[in-house]
Ligand binder design. Sequence first.
Ligand code: G
Ligand code: G
Ligand code: MN
Ligand code: NA
Length: 262
Amino acid sequence: AQIGGELRRALDAGEFRVHYQPLMDLATGRVVGVEPLVRWEHPTRGLVPPGEFVPAAEGTGLIVPLGRFVLRESCRQAAAWLAEFGPACMQKLGPNVSVRQLHDPDFVADVRAALADTGLPADRLVLELTESAVLRGPQVSRTLHELHEMGVRLALDDFGTGESSLSLLRSFPASIIKLDKSFVDGIELDEMGTPEAEARQAVARAVIQLAGALGLDTVAEGIENQEQADRLMRLGYTLGQGYHLARPMPAEAMTRLLAARA
Ligand code: G
Ligand code: G
Ligand code: MN
Ligand code: NA
């Protein structure tokens, strides 16, 4: 209960910041989009990572206004980058959306207003949803279809970790699959011939084949070294994200990266 009050106060006090991690073309290193990630600039604790407060914000419902803030701020920033650096570097703005936000009756209107007010074209926005968030019945399904009709795209985040990834894709209007980091970890170690590494590679291969068959784009997450990037490219992945490519960073640092790599 205490963190609930703290988060409300922090939101009113303007203590949340949006950092950005680039999505990159693995072959060229060019930026093709960004994932906004919220941070809490706490007056005494310093920069607090989302893992330490997003679950609490989801539990109390504060994720609804907090998510609205992240959406607006990142749409505004992406529109500015789009104007300055051109469409190739800002193909995807991928904010994370919690199930609580999808259940908020104002969510579709909030997205529409954020786009209208910032001038970001709808086709740049790719909402990142997890499988568990999407598997929540007719209300969520209607919301997703309304967003889809607006021209907003949807990405399935952490793909492969859910209960029913395959059947989900039949009913869900996704445009992008994000291969979960757990399948990228150790993917470069197949020369050792361990069953675990072979299984990860088999999943990564199956996901790219599935995406190809369904006409979806893929992004490989959590790439931490060049060997992983090389292996993923050999499997057919063209886009990636991870500490090896770039860590999440403040907007000003992202502007400098875009100036160099757009
Ligand atoms: O940076 P870190 O690994 O602590 O992030 C933990 C989790 O917080 C990740 O799963 C990420 O998707 C989530 N997260 C980061 N920013 C946001 C946000 O703006 N909204 C929501 N709902 N989740 C976020
Ligand atoms: O759940 P989601 O996929 O949105 O999680 C995004 C989180 O993953 C962010 O908090 C981001 O900081 C983190 N992340 C991004 N790239 C890497 C990476 O290469 N390694 C690790 N360990 N975490 C990463
Ligand atoms: Mn994400
Ligand atoms: Na992700």
